[in-house]
Design a protein around this ligand. Structure first.
Ligand SMILES: [Zn+2]
Length: 282
């Protein structure tokens, strides 16, 4: 829910008849199912008369959406490394309230990857590469922290490509037997040059070439919901550009740390990677 959207709603007040006819279209948000596991999304329902409530998890602002009348919802991305047990968020409207929830265990599978030849630099990068990695780190990190009020298209995200999923979200990964971060996105197989479409409306935060990510695009969908496209062959959008759901943003490639052409698709919610399937109604 953005300020713009609220203003639009106010204009529509006189057209309440239309609102009654089309509640699911006018007031729709992302219909996410509560998934209280690491890498999942916790959905917290609350009521308020406020027209712009805010919410926080560990002091990080959260995605808040309007459902209907006084009914609002908070979407909380749960970190893959989050410990199990009781957690809580704060909701701020006229007052400050606390909402508790439980994070339960989920066992993601393990995957072993062998990198050979020139790809070995991605396992143990040399000093020059480390320098580049260090320079890129704050750029990528601040892109993941963007929290804007841009308007999002209602409803589910669509698939960015049609290819099969080759690596699911959350896989525990080992490169040449060395443990690395779990898989922070979904990998789709596809030939180099396969078109990649925007899964939802958004704005381009970042479009550049990076050591691990190769050619990468970051899209802002508002309120800390950010999608990233990695290992692209071509980037077809520029920073600051507004994107509509289904727009072409680039093509599948094998740039950066990739063993073959594929799209790595990641989604951030409150600066936390979550399973992209949760936004597609799967
Ligand atoms: Zn991947």
């Amino acid at each position: 829910m953005t300020v713009k959207f609220i203003l639009r709603l106010k204009k529509l007040k006189k057209l309440s008849f239309l609102l009654l006819l089309l509640p699911s279209i006018v007031l729709a948000s992302i219909p996410v199912k509560n998934t209280p596991i690491p890498g999942g999304i916790v959905v917290i329902d609350f009521k308020t008369n406020d027209t712009a409530p805010t919410a926080f998890y560990n002091n990080i602002p959260l995605y808040v959406q309007h459902i209907k009348d006084q009914h609002w919802q908070v979407l909380v991305g749960i970190p893959l490394m989050e410990k199990f047990g009781k957690k809580s968020i704060e909701v701020h409207d006229a007052s400050t309230r606390s909402f508790d929830f439980d994070v339960t265990e989920h066992n993601y599978t393990e995957q072993y990857i062998t990198l050979k030849g020139k790809n070995k630099k991605y396992v143990n990068p040399n000093l020059a590469h480390m320098d580049r990695i260090k320079k890129e780190r704050p750029i990528l990190s601040s892109a993941r922290k963007v929290f804007s009020n841009i308007a999002l298209s209602d409803g589910f995200f669509i698939r960015p490509v049609n290819g099969v999923t080759t690596s699911p979200f959350g896989l525990k990964r080992f490169y040449n037997k060395q443990p690395r971060r779990p898989h922070t996105g979904l990998d789709y197989a596809g030939d180099t040059g396969t078109p990649i479409k925007a899964p939802a409306d958004g704005k381009v935060i970042l479009s550049g070439k990076y050591f691990f990510n190769g050619n990468a695009v970051f899209l802002d969908h508002g309120q800390g919901l950010i999608s990233v496209y990695i290992h692209m062959n071509e980037r077809l959008v520029k920073q600051g550009q507004h994107i509509k759901q289904g727009d072409l943003i680039g093509t599948i490639g094998q740039t950066g740390r990739a063993t073959g052409p594929h799209l790595h698709w990641g989604i951030y919610l409150n600066q936390t990677v979550i399973n992209p399937n949760l936004l597609m109604g799967k």
